[in-house]
Design a protein around this ligand. Structure first.
Ligand SMILES: Nc1ncnc2c1ncn2[C@@H]1O[C@H](COP(=O)(O)OP(=O)(O)OP(=O)(O)O)[C@@H](O)[C@H]1O
Length: 505
């Protein structure tokens, strides 16, 4: 069988359609070696000496030429593109641009391009779909990055495979102090996305299911491990997103009134800190475990703007004055409307902007800044949850990244792990607010086994069923987990929807 297969490969290049003799000889040799080894392993046992040693030797001996050949072929393809570029460039309206050098890399290849005098990177960016068509790549394979040292030069990357095709598991918190940069995920060249949070407000925008809560979770997972930051949360979806972090939150507002009170208290803290700073002649508040920073996490900022107009004034005041006094905002929004963003006043104070997939192209400019869409920040083309662009100190090029995926289990484990290391507000800030922090309802008693808690809750649900927020409370899990499990139980006949959004067994 092996001999026949090797002969078929050698003579006809079958089944890979190999036309060149060296390729056919290599494939026939590989077929013969693999077939021979498998036959010997079947007859004698795979662990019988010297079969394991032969396997390793054959893998190395066959692997090296295969790898070298792949790179050579990739290089040949790239050389063809370099030669054809003048014609291609003319066809797509970039006549006069030149490829100066090109290199094959792990994911595809990259080329340094010199533009014709008068052309700019924006011209190249606006023709990316035409370049993809001319090069015959899949849509979304071409990236263009400006050369920071020369306005007429740029790097074009062509990704044969998407390095972000799969979810990237969260490696756990890397920050121990709010002064440490937080690692949100990885860029397409596998370098980590590190963002400094201290004295910066952050805006995370993207359409529904683009992964906003995912990015919030990576940041919260890191801040939870920092002993010099107090975390407050506002979640007007009844706490659906933030309640799993309750063990690490000093305060959680789930109604417009509570949100207004919470932000008013943050402003009171700001005032107290500002006064103390002017007394001591210190300009900035340096966070320590005894005098921590305050980070206010707001899930769905547009909802807050719609339902609690007073809260918006407080948020804008914090955005304007909070940085020096270490009171920072971390807001996520699905609808970055002009109104929600205070006509841009709030956004302009937010020096970290994370833009996930947006539905409409103009949302890019609303989340990031005017003109960013034209400059190549094409967030409308991001094609999986958690893929994002980041605009922050040290990140001013439109480079695609993917956020780490923090699973619901990791959220639970992380919030439980750091719950008893959370600092308290300093006495000055505590004295500035009348209200003693009310204990936040923990995310349910049976968090050790959320699956069992869910099934029990469905079994014991009243005839009109339980709502998803109630099930989130009872299980301590996030909304996406509850939805997924409800769908699975419904398919298996263990749960049914008795009314819109209400479930029971
Ligand atoms: N970094 C990621 N990698 C892979 N999958 C992700 C990532 N982030 C989120 N997801 C998946 O995408 C789905 C939606 O994520 P998420 O709830 O974070 O979106 P969202 O933008 O907050 O949605 P909504 O607007 O409805 O609140 C979830 O099923 C989640 O598991």
């Amino acid at each position: 069988m092996t001999v026949l297969a090797a002969a078929a490969v050698a003579v006809r290049g079958w089944p890979w359609g190999l036309t060149r003799a060296p390729e056919r000889i290599y494939a026939a040799t590989a077929t013969a070696v693999v077939g021979g080894w498998l036959a010997a392993a079947t007859a004698l046992g795979a662990t019988r000496s010297p079969l394991p040693t032969l396997l390793i030797l054959a893998t190395v001996a066959l692997g090296v030429p295969w790898w070298a050949h792949r790179r050579r072929r990739a290089r040949v393809r790239v050389d063809r593109v370099i030669n054809a570029w003048p014609n291609l460039a003319e066809m797509i309206g970039l006549a006069g641009s030149r490829i100066m050098s090109a290199a094959v890399d792990t994911w595809g290849w990259r080329a340094r391009i010199k533009l014709r005098p008068g052309q700019s990177v924006t011209d190249l960016v606006s023709r990316v779909p035409a370049i993809e068509s001319a090069l015959g790549t899949r849509p979304g394979a071409v990236r263009v990055e400006q050369d920071p040292a020369h306005a007429g030069r740029c790097t074009m990357r062509v990704l044969a495979v998407d390095p972000h095709a799969g979810a990237i598991p969260w490696p756990g918190p890397t920050a121990r102090s709010i002064a440490d940069p937080i690692e949100l995920g990885v860029f397409e060249d596998a370098t980590p996305v590190r963002v400094a949070m201290l004295r910066r407000h952050a805006l995370i925008g993207g359409t529904t299911d683009s992964g906003k809560s995912g990015v919030l979770n990576v940041i919260l997972g890191n801040l939870a491990a920092c002993t010099d930051v107090v975390l407050w949360g506002i979640d007007l979806k009844g706490g659906m997103e933030l309640r799993p972090w309750a063990p690490c939150l000093a305060r959680l507002a789930t109604t417009p009134d509570e949100a207004t009170d919470l932000l008013a208290d943050a402003v009171a803290i700001l005032d107290a800190r500002a006064q103390a700073s002017s007394h001591d002649n210190t300009r900035v508040w340096k966070p320590t475990p005894k005098a921590p920073a305050l980070v206010i996490v707001i899930d769905e900022y547009a909802e807050l703007a719609d339902t609690a107009p007073d809260a918006v004034g407080h948020a804008e005041s914090i955005a304007r004055r909070g940085r020096a006094l270490a009171v920072d905002l971390l807001a996520a929004t699905q609808r970055p409307t002009q109104r929600a963003m205070g006509g841009g006043a709030l956004r302009s104070q937010m020096s970290i902007r994370v833009c996930l997939r947006v539905r409409e192209r103009r949302d890019v400019d609303l989340i990031l800044d005017k003109g960013m869409l034209n400059d190549g920040w094409h967030a409308h083309t991001l094609d999986a949850p958690g893929k994002f662009y980041v605009l922050a100190d040290g990140h001013n090029q439109p480079r695609r990244a993917r956020a780490y995926l923090v699973t619901d289990d990791l959220v639970r484990q992380t919030s439980a792990r750091y719950a008893d290391q959370r600092p308290e507000l300093d006495p000055l800030s505590r004295a500035a607010i009348n209200q003693q922090p009310r204990p936040i309802e923990p995310p349910g008693p049976s968090v050790d086994d959320p699956e069992r808690a869910l099934l029990m809750a469905l079994d014991q649900a009243p005839t009109d069923g339980l709502s998803v927020p109630e099930l989130i409370d009872l299980t301590g899990m996030r909304r996406t987990w509850v939805y997924d499990r409800l769908q699975a139980h419904a398919a298996a006949g263990r749960a049914r929807q008795v009314a819109r959004g209400r479930w029971r067994a």
